[in-house]
Design a protein around this ligand. Structure first.
Ligand code: SF4
Length: 406
């Protein structure tokens, strides 16, 4: 049966502004700008590097082997971005300002990860299960929730997205982890609570892997030093480059180990056992937040009712998106419009002029995504192997209270 896929990004765009969604979504005009600014996406590059840091198969490895790979991945991620942007600009050479931007992003990313890998071992009270992993699930019909939503011509509609990491805590509860690089003040916690995409990911994962309950989302935020921050880069300041090669003490090793003594992980029945436990643990405090040294970790639990409601809301949104007589209109605001890639054609439409010449000159149909290079810890891992073992070290929880775990 033919399938139509709605991505998490499409839905976010639809909720932000229908006109923006209509210009950019794959199911609509699917347009992108011909010329895109050649700016590094440091958030993306740091998430790529963290996927290597938390790669489940290396979680217990000696840090002297594991950590240099993290720095290498940061550099590779920025190089990949730069190559992709050059291809889009048809090989146009970078200006000196571009060169400076890329070097600055690399320096900032290295300094940030340098501090993170020194901080994280004492803060991580989970073991990674999967990193950078995709899901795709049928969207449920909001009118008949026991059936899949279909288009007017009978195509099944699926919802797809990617999670930065699936992790299991010392209480056997599963969490979706989102890494974010913050530039400036921490976003309000209410913004995390209202994050529909993350909540929808909890619902989607429970339907993608039937029998596994998700306890909630862990927001793992890394803040770039600001200009007034003593950690900020100053002209001539020598950045520390990967001092991780220093030998570390046993105390700095992961608190939740994966491969002992099972020799390779859990079986599916163990995951099903966790299903019941994670449901019970949802009765715990809903939000726990820790801010330290420029990092913020927020454990946000979601109740079964929250997760079910997120599935229903997703169904309603996608049903709206697929309606044939859907009204499309701009939803301007000071916050949404300045960074919008469709500002010029949208302004033309709002002024009652023809947007077509602007679209023809400055936009093109989005080309298919290039094949994604194999990602460490992505789909290759099976939930029957490689996860955390039945016995966790509770060392960090004992006498210290459970700070963030379930
Ligand atoms: S410029 Fe503003 S109103 Fe127009 S599409 Fe973009 S976000 Fe929507």
């Amino acid at each position: 049966m033919p399938v139509v896929v709605v991505t998490a990004a499409d839905r976010a765009s639809f909720k932000r502004c229908r006109q923006q969604w209509d210009f950019g979504a794959a199911l609509r005009q699917n347009l992108e700008r011909r010329q895109t600014p050649t700016l590094p996406d440091l958030d993306r590059a740091v998430r790529d590097a963290l996927a290597v840091y938390y790669f489940p198969g290396m979680w217990d490895w000696d840090r002297t082997i594991r950590l240099p790979l993290v720095g290498q991945e940061l550099k590779r991620a920025l190089t990949r971005q730069r190559q992709r942007q050059r291809q889009r600009q048809r090989g146009a050479a970078d200006s000196p300002a571009d060169e400076e931007n890329w070097q600055e992003a690399l320096d900032q990313g290295q300094a940030l990860l340098d501090r993170y890998v020194a901080w994280a071992p004492d803060a991580d009270r989970f073991a990674p299960v999967l990193v950078e992993t995709d899901f795709e699930v049928d969207v449920l019909d909001p009118v008949r929730p026991d059936a899949a939503l279909v288009t007017s011509v009978g195509e099944i509609i699926r919802y797809s997205g990617r999670v930065d990491m699936l992790a299991v805590d010392a209480h056997d509860a599963y969490w979706i982890v989102r890494h974010r690089v913050a530039d400036g003040d921490w976003p309000p916690t209410e913004q995390l609570v209202a994050d529909e995409e993350s909540l929808a990911a909890c619902w989607a994962w429970e339907h993608f892997y039937i029998g596994m309950a998700i306890a909630g989302t862990i927001y793992n935020e890394l803040r770039l030093p600001s200009g007034s921050d003593p950690e900020a880069r100053r002209p001539g300041r020598q950045l520390r480059r990967w001092p991780w090669l220093r030998p570390r003490t046993a105390a700095a090793r992961p608190a939740v180990r994966q491969h002992e003594p099972s020799g390779g992980g859990r079986s599916v029945p163990q995951h099903r056992r966790m299903y019941a436990q994670a449901r019970e643990l949802r009765q715990f405090k809903p939000i726990e937040q820790h801010i330290e040294d420029g990092f913020r970790r927020t454990w946000l639990r979601r109740s079964p009712a929250d997760v079910a409601a997120a599935g229903r809301l997703l169904g309603q949104d996608v049903a709206d998106m697929s309606r044939e007589n859907l009204a499309v209109y701009p939803e301007p605001s000071d916050e949404k419009c300045p960074p919008c890639p469709y500002l010029a054609p949208c302004q033309a439409l709002m002024n009652g002029t023809d947007a077509e010449p602007i679209l023809l000159a400055g936009y093109r149909k989005r080309p298919p995504e290039p094949p994604v290079e194999g990602r460490l810890g992505g789909r290759a891992w099976s939930l029957g192997r490689g996860a955390a073992p039945p016995k966790f070290s509770r060392r960090r929880d004992e006498g210290n209270g459970v700070q963030g775990g379930a």
